[in-house]
Design a binder for this molecule. Structure first.
Ligand code: CA
Length: 128
């Protein structure tokens, strides 16, 4: 039992050292990263600026409530398709972003910059 405890402590110490030792890099990277199982949307192209992290697959107005008409890039770390809608409650024009592990760095290319207000992440694709 003692040995197991020591091993866990060593592993925890190694993890702590790892994050400290890497310096300022990880903090900057984390602003641009997106955790597994989430859709992350940024206010600026290239995964910069304010970030909204969405978990639910259901229609959600979280994006519109926190960052309405500002979305400019996204990462999808979830299976299925992320759909971003122009208006709240999945209304208006919708754009599909297929996953998993999908990145889209500039909505301007879609003529959909600074427009999205709601999201949905159907597991089995979407019609758009
Ligand atoms: Ca909108």
């Amino acid at each position: 039992m003692q040995r197991i405890a020591w091993t866990l402590a060593a592993a925890a110490a190694a993890l702590a050292l790892g994050s400290v030792g890497a310096g300022a890099g990880p903090e900057k990277a984390s602003k641009k990263s997106c955790p597994d199982g989430r859709l992350c949307v940024w206010a600026k192209r290239g995964y910069e600026g304010q970030k909204v992290v969405i978990r639910t697959r259901e229609v959600s107005n979280e994006l519109g409530e926190k960052m309405d008409d500002k979305a400019s890039s996204l990462k999808l770390r979830k299976s299925g398709t992320a759909v971003l809608y122009e208006d709240l409650d999945a209304e208006g024009v919708g754009y599909c972003f297929d996953g998993p592990h999908l990145n889209y760095r500039n909505f301007k290319d879609l003529n959909f910059d600074n427009a999205a207000s709601s999201t949905e992440i159907p597991a089995e694709g979407a019609a758009c």
